[in-house]
Every structure is written in structure tokens, then in C-alpha cells.
Design a protein around this ligand. Structure first.
Ligand code: C2E
Ligand code: MG
Ligand code: MG
Ligand code: MG
Length: 278
């Protein structure tokens, strides 16, 4: 009868939720283990100065190399890290590793690089990111002005006054701030003048269909012009073709990142890219 079916449906739904929760919990404990066992790796994707064509920096992108599952994408495990709180120790590990690696490259006599670290919204609001950056910089000797922290508009839109205080502390340390995935979030343009920001990263969604999409060209050109008139640097993400690069160069975009130069690569490969251009 209806009652039995209703009850059955409820049970099914309930068990389904439990399964999802169990899966999340399993991933969470595997992630904690991966962190302590050294199964998380940092990959680096070059950032190219468009005017000179030279690699001037890199974004650090974390990967999970699971001995059984292989490579697990951050799109899968960062959300789990965020809800479970693992993002605290994971974020600290990323910050410390990036500064240590940056200092190794400096000591190897390679050209100065700006290294970018992603901060997810909860990581930004619930952990002491300024304290974490300060100790990673002090421990490594990596210069603060060479560290760039990437935040999404979502992180800024959430409790903006609190966000502003954290950004002011980071600015006082001397680190640079970038808005990641710019143009896709819910932040108002007023945030750009309220927050101490140095760089806008145009979301790859606006770059992908250039030159086919006139709208995307108009939006990208507007972000570059607006960024520059606010005194910000502008970086385009997800550049895959020469046509896209030509368009960005013509519009005066400062830096780009994308498969056209290189995918994110492990440290040794990134070092080889730097040596090849030296
Ligand atoms: P994101 O910060 O916006 O990073 C850009 C993503 O675009 C990266 O994906 C990168 O591999 C990809 N990408 C770069 N160039 C191209 C291109 O030319 N074409 C296409 N189709 N894609 C390109 P990835 O590495 O899978 O990272 C996904 C997201 O995970 C990142 O987005 C970031 O939000 C998050 N993430 C990665 N590493 C960390 C980390 O250490 N901490 C935190 N909190 N989040 C991280
Ligand atoms: Mg990023
Ligand atoms: Mg992005
Ligand atoms: Mg993204």
C-alpha cells in the first residue's frame, strides 16, 4: 500500500544518504592519511608575461597520487577537505611546500618567480591564513612579494568585513592578492576598490570561445581595461590557442596561463622548462 511504499521510499533515501556520508567519511580519512604519507604532490603551471613571452611565475596546483586509484583531481578532494576541516593541515602543507620550493629555485639561481597558492573559501574564513603565510615565509626565506594568494569572489562576498581584515593583514606581510575565476562569482565590482587586491584572473570560461564568441571577447577586453584603470594586473586563465594569445596581447593583458604554454607539471619538469628558456 501507499504507506508501505512511502516507508520503503524513506528507507531507501535514508540509506542512500548514509552511503554518501560514509563515502565522504572514507575519503576524508584516506585524505588525512595521504597527507601524512606524502601522497599529495604539488604541480606547477607556468604563468607567462605576455609582452616578453617569458615564464615569470607559476600557480601551484595540488594533486593526490593514490597508490590504488592513481591521480585524483583537486576538484574531487578539495570540497571534501573543506567540509571536513582537513583543508586546515592541507592548506598549511601547500603554503609551506610552495615557499620551500620557491626558495630552492632561487638558490639554484633561476630567474625570480612569483608563485601562486589557491585558498578556498572555508580555508580563508576558518583558518589563520595570514599566520600560516607568515610562518611559511619565515621558515623558507622566500620573499613575501613573490607569493601571490588566489581567492575566489565567493570568499570575498562571504562576510566581507572579516575578509577585508584578513586581506589587510596579508597586505601588511607584503604578499600579493589575486581574484581567481574573476567574472563568475557573486561579488560586486565595489569589492575591487574596497579590498587590497593586486591581480584579476579572468576565468577560463571567458577565454575558451575566443575568437568565436564576440561576447566573450567584449567581456575579456572590458575586464582588462577595468583592471588596468584600477591599477591591477590582469592574467588570463585557460589560454589554449595562438589566436587567444594574440587577442590578449592586443588588449594589453599582462600574463597568461594555459595549455598553450604548458599543463601543470611536477617540480622536475617545471625546472626543465625554466632551464630551457634561460
Ligand atoms: P583554479 O585555481 O581556477 O585552477 C585552474 C584550473 O584550470 C586547474 O585545474 C588547471 O589545471 C586548469 N587549466 C589550466 N590551464 C588550462 C587550459 O588551458 N585549459 C583547461 N581546460 N584547463 C586548464 P586543477 O589543477 O584540476 O584545479 C582545479 C581547482 O582546484 C583549482 O581551480 C582550485 O580552485 C582548486 N585547487 C587546486 N589546488 C589547490 C590547492 O592547493 N588549494 C586549494 N584550496 N584549492 C586548490
Ligand atoms: Mg587558481
Ligand atoms: Mg581559476
Ligand atoms: Mg577554478
Amino acid at each position: 500500500g501507499a504507506k508501505a511504499r512511502g516507508r520503503g521510499a524513506w528507507c531507501f533515501f535514508h540509506e542512500d544518504m548514509t552511503l554518501a556520508a560514509r563515502e565522504r567519511l572514507a575519503m576524508e580519512s584516506r585524505l588525512r592519511l595521504a597527507l601524512t604519507q606524502g601522497h599529495l604532490k604539488l604541480y606547477f603551471q607556468p604563468q607567462v608575461d605576455i609582452a616578453s613571452g617569458r615564464i615569470v611565475g607559476a600557480e601551484a596546483l595540488v594533486r593526490w597520487l593514490d597508490p590504488h586509484e592513481g591521480l585524483i583531481s583537486p576538484a574531487r578532494f578539495i570540497p571534501v577537505a573543506e567540509v571536513s576541516g582537513v583543508i586546515g593541515p592541507l592548506g598549511e602543507w601547500v603554503m609551506r611546500e610552495v615557499c620551500l620550493q620557491g626558495q630552492r629555485w632561487r638558490e639554484a639561481g633561476l630567474p625570480e618567480l612569483t608563485l601562486a597558492v589557491n585558498l578556498s573559501p572555508r580555508q580563508f574564513h576558518l583558518t589563520d591564513v595570514a599566520g600560516c603565510a607568515a610562518s611559511a615565509l619565515a621558515e623558507s626565506g622566500f620573499p613575501a612579494h613573490r607569493l601571490e594568494l588566489e581567492l575566489t569572489e565567493t570568499a570575498l562576498a562571504e562576510r566581507p568585513e572579516e575578509a577585508r581584515q584578513v586581506l589587510l593583514r596579508l597586505q601588511a606581510l607584503g604578499v600579493r592578492m589575486a581574484v581567481d575565476d574573476f567574472g563568475t562569482g557573486y561579488s560586486s565590482l565595489a569589492h575591487l576598490k574596497r579590498f587590497p587586491i593586486d591581480v584579476l584572473k579572468i576565468d577560463q570560461g571567458f577565454i575558451r570561445d575566443i575568437p568565436r564568441s564576440g561576447d566573450d571577447m567584449a567581456i575579456s577586453a572590458a575586464i582588462i581595461a577595468m583592471g588596468h584603470s584600477l591599477g591591477l594586473q590582469v592574467l588570463a586563465e585557460g589560454v589554449e590557442t595562438q589566436e587567444q594569445l594574440a587577442f590578449l596581447r592586443e588588449r594589453g593583458c599582462d600574463r597568461y596561463q594555459g595549455y598553450l604554454c604548458s599543463r601543470p607539471v611536477p617540480v622536475a619538469e617545471f625546472t626543465a622548462l625554466l632551464q630551457a628558456q634561460a
